[in-house]
Structure formats: structure tokens, C-alpha cells
Design a protein around this ligand. Structure first.
Ligand code: MRU
Length: 341
């Protein structure tokens, strides 16, 4: 699976709203195109959001040499929770701003986006190795949302760990939670697991706690959209419930992500902005399908937080490309970044 690629002056992105029904590529030629793709979740997953936004800055500069500030602002505003987006846009912005407006600036932005893309790919492999070493001997794994090659360059994050464990012959069964309301687990994780040939079963989100309590799961592993300095983790809504269930059952609850998802400037999970999305996503089955169907009484009021925060004390280990924080504390999280708490 190649979720995004840069070719012929455009960013080509597999449209994830259409998976698993259709494999269609979108051609994105400017920041506005990329913002739309991010907001629709055609491109999604924290590390991939960052990489796509980085290319978005470059694309805009090829289109409009004076468009740096506006492009960066609109890209950063596209999705508020995944911190990779802010980090990536700031990084490409700094590289571009070192050159006068014109072809040289656009080329510098593109080179920086390509460097970030390559770094995230390498990070995915390191996460896979560290995570598989940690979870060896735990063959039945539950995961949430989609954290594979559709969510991050390379093999992904949590799903990369699972893929590495499978390569080592250590996976018996993956339980994939469907991940209401947009079904990233049912649509995307199952699509990837099938392609990888890994034994799996799809479960509704509400089944996870009971299956964990019944002893059917040896470990839970998920990705992350932002890790605060104290180790609190924002991830796809529903993650916190899995952490509580794993804690109650005494099995590991592991979070995997690149070090670019750690945000030292966010002190605790309380400071993380949680994206609240369109209530129609909750009212409708299912966004992206050919004929979305109403799921409830017309106009029913809904809340639709896209993420929740799991406190650090419930996270057994944070697996990153730069090593593992365990236990997850301000000191161990800072150490992963080569800093002091
Ligand atoms: O809203 P999404 O689909 O972008 O949310 C994705 C998640 O929550 C993932 O678990 C997270 O980004 C980690 S992806 C490697």
C-alpha cells in the first residue's frame, strides 16, 4: 500500500474514504487540495497527515511563490489534534523561508517534505522492531482505528509492530475494532490485514472490553495523535475505554508512534485540543459509501469527538523510533527525545 506519492508535480493520494470498496488515487496540486483531503479523511493518520501537509506547502509554492504564510496557516488548521501536522508544516516553512520567493523556495520546501517522508518511513521500521521485541510471547492482540501503511509512511506504527510480529511467526489472531463512526478499523485495518495475510477478526468497539476481560487478548496496541510531555496520549475515540479494560485485566496497553508525535510543548492531556467533527458522521451509516443511509432519527443531536485522552498511568509502554518509554513518565518521555524533563 502506498498511501501518498509525489510525482509529476502533484501529490497522489489513495482516497481512504473510498476504501475498501474502490482503490482510487486523488491528484492534489495545491494547499487547498491537501486541506480538503485532510478534512475529508481521504488522507489520515497522524504521521501521514504531517507528510501530506509538508508536500502541501511545497505544492502551493510551485503554484503561488508568495503563498507560504497562507498555505501554512490553512494546513495547520485542517485538523487540530494530530501534532505531526504542526511540526511538519513548521519544519517545511522554516526550510522554505530561508530562500527568496520563487522556484528555489519551492524546491527547498519539496526537498524538506521528501526528507520528512523518508525519515518517517525509517521511523516506522524502528517502531516495528522495538514494539515486536516488547510484545513477543503475546500472540493475541487487539488494536483500534488504523495505524498501518495507510496512516503512516512505511508499514505504519502499531500495525507495523503487528506486521513485524507476524513476520516473526508470533501472531495468532488480531482483533480489529471497527472504530465508529468512520470505521477506520473495519474499512482500513481489515483491508491491510487481509493484504498482509495476518489472521484477524473484526469486532464492534463495544465488544472489546468483554473479550479482554474474558482472557481472549494478550495485549492491546494502538497508535497516537499527540503525546503530551507527561505521557498522556490522545488517540482515536474509544482508545481510553480499551486502556481501562486492559488495565483492569492486567494485560499490557501499548502505544506506538514516531517521536514526531510527542509534543513537549503540551504539558498534559488536558491541553490537547480534541477535534469535534460533523454530527452527520454519527447519524449516518456510512460516510464515503455509495449511498450513506440515516442511522437514527432525523436531526438527532450528537456529540462527535474524534479523539480521547488516555492518561499516562494507563499506558504500559510508549514505543517510538527512538526507543521505548516504560514506565511512561515525564522523564522517560523526555529521554526518548534526548531531553531532560
Ligand atoms: O481521524 P484519523 O483516522 O486520522 O485518526 C487516526 C488515529 O487516531 C490513529 O490511531 C493515529 O493517527 C495513529 S496513526 C499511525
Amino acid at each position: 500500500v502506498r498511501a501518498v506519492r509525489f510525482a509529476g508535480g502533484a501529490l497522489w493520494a489513495l482516497d481512504q474514504t473510498q476504501l475498501p470498496w474502490r482503490e482510487l488515487e486523488l491528484e492534489l496540486r495545491g494547499a487547498e487540495d491537501v486541506v480538503g483531503a485532510l478534512q475529508r479523511l481521504s488522507i489520515r493518520g497522524a504521521p501521514l497527515i504531517g507528510v501530506a501537509a509538508a508536500y502541501g506547502v511545497a505544492l502551493e509554492l510551485f503554484r503561488d511563490p508568495d503563498g507560504l504564510d497562507d498555505a501554512c496557516e490553512s494546513l495547520i488548521a485542517a485538523r487540530p489534534t494530530a501534532v505531526n501536522l504542526i511540526h511538519a508544516v513548521r519544519r517545511v516553512r522554516a526550510a522554505a523561508a530561508a530562500h527568496p520567493a520563487g522556484p528555489e523556495r519551492a524546491a527547498a520546501a519539496l526537498a524538506e517534505a521528501e526528507a520528512l517522508h523518508a525519515e518517517e518511513e525509517a521511523a516506522s521500521e524502528a517502531i516495528a522492531r522495538h514494539g515486536a521485541d516488547l510484545l513477543t510471547g503475546r500472540p493475541r492482540i487487539l488494536t483500534h482505528c488504523n495505524t498501518g501503511a495507510l496512516a503512516a509512511p512505511g508499514r505504519g506504527t502499531a500495525l507495523a509492530v503487528i506486521a513485524e510480529l507476524a513476520d516473526r511467526g508470533e501472531v495468532e489472531l488480531v482483533l480489529a475494532c471497527e472504530t465508529r463512526p468512520l470505521l477506520q478499523g473495519a474499512r482500513l485495518t481489515v483491508y491491510e490485514l487481509r493484504r498482509l495475510g495476518i489472521e484477524h477478526a473484526l469486532v464492534v468497539d463495544g465488544a472489546a472490553a468483554g473479550l479482554i476481560a474474558a482472557g481472549e487478548v494478550d495485549a492491546v496496541i494502538v497508535g497516537c495523535d499527540r503525546v503530551a510531555a507527561n505521557g498522556d496520549v490522545a488517540n482515536k475515540v474509544g482508545t481510553y475505554a480499551h486502556a481501562l479494560a486492559a488495565g483492569a485485566a492486567g494485560i499490557p496497553f501499548v502505544v506506538a508512534g514516531p517521536s514526531t508525535t510527542i509534543d513537549p510543548s503540551t504539558a498534559t492531556g488536558d491541553e490537547i485540543t480534541i477535534e469535534e467533527r460533523d454530527p452527520d458522521e454519527v447519524r449516518t451509516l456510512i460516510a464515503g459509501a455509495d449511498e450513506p443511509r440515516p442511522l437514527t432519527v432525523d436531526g438527532t443531536p450528537c456529540r462527535n469527538p474524534a479523539f480521547d485522552v488516555t492518561p499516562a498511568r494507563l499506558v504500559t509502554a510508549l514505543v517510538t523510533d527512538r526507543g521505548i518509554a516504560q514506565p511512561v513518565t515525564p522523564t522517560s518521555v523526555a529521554a526518548v527525545l534526548g531531553r531532560r524533563a
